[in-house]
Write a protein of this length. Structure first.
Length: 234
């Protein structure tokens, strides 16, 4: 139960909150003690989350995960038959990371120094498709400069993906038992892409708002190191 004196103090706090930052810092210590000792409150910072989801999106995310779990139980080869599509920016030059620039040093030797560098302004988008085992990338290609990634362009990418599966994964091509997984970007959910997938009888795994399929450049830093260590010419 808040007493009348505590209520008056709360009103004063609200008034002080509209004051300038300079005056507010003068009262920070006593008022922080008031919040902590009298009202049993503590000051906390907001927790960052990937994105704010609605109740419907959370329910859909749970249903997708349960569906994946059930399909993995029914078919032991379900995970291995998934082909995931993703993209990343590739720069002409990426500066070395802190780990890449580290070196062995004697105890009495001075610490090495290096100038601060930035990424190159010239970059290109790399689209690639890979299986869960990451043994080899089924298909990869750079987006031509000035090309807009829309539904029509993505259909052409899917055509080249099918050719890559035919050459590199002939067993999956003959049985047609592979599944395509990609995110909900507008180019991939456009009408022309959905019609193409239906016409070619390509099964697409649903992508929930919070679901993140393993990405090789994030799960395997070695691959990222190999890419950033090279200069790519466009």
């Amino acid at each position: 139960m808040i007493t009348q004196l505590q209520l008056v103090n709360i009103i004063i706090l609200i008034k002080l909150s509209t004051m300038s930052v300079r005056w507010w810092h003068c009262y920070t210590g006593p008022f922080n003690a008031f919040w902590r000792d009298n009202l049993n409150m503590r000051r906390i910072s907001a927790r960052f989350v990937p994105r704010q989801l609605s109740d419907d999106q959370k329910a859909f995310d749970v249903s997708v995960c349960r569906e994946f779990k059930q399909q993995a139980r029914d078919d032991p080869n379900f995970i291995s038959n998934i082909i995931t599509g993703d993209e990343t920016w590739v720069y002409v030059y990426d500066p070395e990371t802190k780990q890449q620039s580290s070196k062995w040093n004697l105890p009495n030797s001075p610490r090495p120094k290096k100038e601060r560098q930035v990424r190159s302004n010239v970059k290109s988008m790399l689209i690639f498709f890979f299986p869960p085992d990451i043994q080899n990338i089924v298909h990869k290609e750079f987006v031509p400069p000035g090309q807009t990634v829309n539904g029509k362009f993505h259909c052409e990418v899917l055509k080249r993906l099918r050719e890559g599966i035919r050459r590199k994964r002939p067993d999956k091509w003959k049985k047609n038992n592979w599944f395509l997984h990609h995110d909900n970007a507008p180019a991939r959910t456009s009408l022309v892409v959905r019609q193409f997938l239906t016409y070619k009888n390509i099964t697409v795994i649903p992508h929930s708002p919070l679901f993140a399929w393993p990405r090789p450049l994030r799960l395997f830093p070695i691959l990222q190191d190999e890419i950033t260590a090279e200069r790519v010419s466009f």
